[in-house]
Design a protein around this ligand. Structure first.
Ligand code: MG
Length: 310
């Protein structure tokens, strides 16, 4: 279920980094080890690193298990929240509260002081399809995608209330919710460039590509989008920009990495298809990857573009 539609089953591949272009070595050392940190889950998604004075930790979703998981170097794997309303993508808002896209409830929720409540559940009176992934801009606005993957596939046409698969922007200061993109087949992961002048959106539907949109001078609307890069094994799902503007996308073979110009320079090869990823860890340079039943990590030489993970 969930994003299993996004990518073909991955052929077996080693845990390894693979440079396509020598400049990839500056992002990930050629001898970097890829670790499988945990396994035994069903379909993992939506990782977010949370800094904490007592020790940082990763929160991520096991969508079909209806569970938010927690992982840290010291404590290993545990349950963060169950039931999770089939949580998928996660992000932190400007105040550090957890935002969660929920398939089961078809909402974006917010968790403040440990209390979960519905933040957004409909647009112009119509329920969302199933919010998939969410990112927060430095001005505090919340941007999220809404494909129907979280609904039973044979009931899409009866359950869908909106006339399309949109990308939304919500401004907590004004409570205004607006559609910012409606030209994608299956909008999925999304992230801003480090300067927030561009928004990247993964289309895990028929195009299996990543599109890039200029953010207009108002900071709130998008110009015309274009194809930025195509994933050549499976399709894209979660995406992140690093601080240098390179784009990291999950793919059927793990992770594929593109320069700001859209050239594929390297891969992180996994034995399971990648579904989502984020930077984190004590130094902010660890790449965490949720991939089907497992959680993986690899140490990099870059950190996240500020607005895309925290
Ligand atoms: Mg996704």
């Amino acid at each position: 279920m969930a994003d299993s539609y996004a990518a073909d089953p991955a052929p077996p591949s080693p845990l390894a980094v693979q440079a396509i272009d020598p400049q990839f070595d500056r992002l990930v050392s050629a001898d970097a080890k890829v670790h499988r940190l945990a396994t035994g889950m069903i379909f993992t998604e939506g990782p977010i690193w949370i800094d904490d004075p007592a020790g940082g930790y990763l929160v991520f979703s096991d969508i079909p298990a209806n569970e938010l998981k927690r992982w840290s170097e010291t404590d290993g794997l545990s349950t963060f929240r169950k039931p999770s309303h089939n949580a998928n993508g996660n992000a932190l808002d400007a105040a550090g509260n957890l935002l969660t896209c929920e398939h089961g409830s078809r909402v974006v929720s917010i968790t403040e002081k440990g209390e979960r409540r519905v933040l957004l559940d409909r647009f112009e009176g119509r329920r969302f399809n199933s919010p998939n992934d969410v990112v927060v801009k430095s001005d505090g606005t919340i941007w999220f995608t809404d494909p129907p993957y979280g609904l039973p596939r044979n009931e899409w046409e009866t359950l869908k209330e909106l006339p399309g698969h949109f990308v939304f922007r919500f401004d907590p200061k004004t409570s205004q919710l607006a559609v910012v993109a409606r030209d994608l087949d299956m909008p999925n992961g999304l992230c801003f460039s480090p300067d927030e002048r561009h928004l990247y959106i993964a289309d895990s539907g028929a195009p299996r590509n990543i599109r890039v949109y200029p953010v207009n001078a108002d900071g709130a609307t998008l110009g015309e989008g274009r194809e930025f890069a195509k994933i050549d094994v499976g399709g894209p799902d979660g995406i992140r920009c690093d601080i240098r503007g390179n784009l990291w996308s999950t793919s059927g073979d793990g992770v594929q990495v593109f320069t700001p110009a859209g050239n594929r320079v390297g891969r992180v090869l996994l034995p399971e298809g990648g579904a989502n990823l984020c930077f984190g860890g004590p130094s902010g340079t660890t790449l965490f990857i949720t991939a089907r039943k497992s959680l993986y990590s690899v140490e990099t030489n870059v950190r996240a573009a500020a607005a895309t993970t925290r």
